[in-house]
Design a protein around this ligand. Structure first.
Ligand code: FDA
Length: 305
């Protein structure tokens, strides 16, 4: 793994920096990737995206909470976000991280929080996507998805990461749940005994699992900014007559905005991942790690102040 990527991913887990970032507000150019510090600010951006023909998934930033109260408060905020989405009639669903909802404290606590969130989503006809975090949380996240899917049906989905060797076999064992997946390359730092160390292998497996999901006839959210892979999906689905209603493209707020609009203009469903909140530090560091050239605008934004 290139050194800079590795350093940035290490930094993304730094708790002191996370706390400092929370206190000082959006800095270092983070506003390029984060829609704002409040739900209202994020909804304003979602309305703009909707106006361009793009759907959204809202992410109230936060991960690795340290107490049960903090985890329950995060769950309440997400329930409120679902209610506000309904009240303001924007086209958005919600993505969540299980460590924000107490997974590291106790699986049962996290499940209680998730049950209240997914129950609300079901009541409102909305949808919750479980983001996938690092490898240590992968199996608990899959177990949680299975339980929630069995209880609440199509109102919950999960993310699978192409860089993990196990992902294809996970798809086989989850097939009977008719899962709605978001498929991604994978954003965390994982050792070579569990994840492909070379990008070319990740890309190859990404295409493979995308095709597998499209062939299964279950819904696929294909989350990437990789134009080659997007073009491949367009050709593949056209050749096999896979309807455009069976998949959507997803991209991150602030990345490849023109491409997002172009795909929507071509008639594809496109959803933008819109993060908001004060806990932006870890998310921002992972975006820098994906493309260390992004450090250029961090430097520029520092000199602007
Ligand atoms: P790749 O990294 O090959 O990039 C292709 C091109 O996209 C680059 O050449 C560049 O032009 C552009 N690009 C990519 N990243 C950029 C960046 N940060 N800044 C500027 N340009 C960039 N991961 C995970 O582990 N768990 C999860 O739950 C999610 N969830 C998620 C949701 C959505 C909607 C997206 C789009 C992505 C995720 N990810 C994720 C992140 C994912 O795993 C991956 O790290 C990033 O999407 C970058 O990979 P690409 O597929 O874009 O390809």
């Amino acid at each position: 793994m290139p050194v800079m990527r590795s350093i940035l991913l290490q930094l993304s887990k730094n708790r002191a920096a996370t706390r400092a970032a929370r206190r000082y507000g959006l800095r270092m150019g983070a506003e390029r990737f984060v829609a704002g510090e409040t739900l209202e600010a994020a909804l304003k951006k979602v309305r703009e995206l909707n106006g361009l023909g793009l759907m959204a998934t809202l992410d109230h930033l936060g991960e690795f909470v340290s107490g049960a109260e903090e985890a329950s408060a995060a769950a309440e905020e997400i329930v409120q976000a679902l209610e506000t989405i309904q009240a303001t009639d924007v086209d958005a669903n919600v993505s969540v991280k299980l460590t924000q909802l107490g997974l590291d404290l106790s699986y049962e606590l996290c499940k209680d929080n998730m049950r209240s969130i997914v129950a609300k989503a079901k009541q409102l006809g909305n949808f919750i996507r479980i983001d996938m975090e690092d490898y240590a949380r992968n199996e608990p996240a899959i177990a949680m998805f299975k339980e929630l899917r069995a209880e609440f049906g199509r109102h919950v989905g999960i993310v699978l990461q192409a860089y993990l060797y196990k992902t294809e076999s996970d798809m086989d064992r989850l097939h009977s749940f008719a899962p709605n997946y978001r498929l991604v390359k994978g954003a965390y730092q994982e050792p070579p005994d569990i994840a492909f160390p070379f990008k070319a292998d990740v890309d190859r497996n990404f295409v493979h699992i995308i095709e597998k999901q499209l062939q299964s006839a279950h819904y696929a959210a294909i989350a990437t900014h990789d134009e080659q892979i997007i073009e491949h999906v367009k050709a593949y689905t056209a050749n096999l007559d896979i309807p455009v209603t069976q998949f959507e493209f997803q991209m991150l707020y602030g990345i490849r905005s023109q491409l997002q609009q172009q795909l929507a203009g071509e008639g594809y469903a496109v959803r933008v991942y819109v993060p908001y909140g004060t806990d932006w530090y870890g998310y921002f560091m992972r975006r820098l790690a994906e493309r260390p050239e992004n450090l250029n605008f961090v430097l520029k934004s520092m000199f602007k102040r």
